[in-house]
Structures are given as C-alpha cells and as structure tokens.
Design a protein. Structure first.
Length: 33
C-alpha cells in the first residue's frame, strides 16, 4: 500500500477547515508555513 503524503492529523484538520467554510487555497497556504 502506498504511504499517504499527509498524516491523519493533517487530514482531520483539513476536513474541519472545509466544514467551517475555509477556502481550500487558504488552508493549503497556512499548512505550508
């Protein structure tokens, strides 16, 4: 099985951001820094 590029914590955080309406672009920019 291929290893995921993201940790479970990162995925959970991304899902929470999406639920609150945060644009994906904003999340990606904040995740890189």
């Amino acid at each position: 099985m291929k290893k995921s590029r993201f940790t479970n914590e990162q995925i959970a955080f991304a899902l929470k951001q999406a639920e609150t309406g945060t644009p994906v672009v904003e999340y990606l920019l904040s995740a890189k820094s």
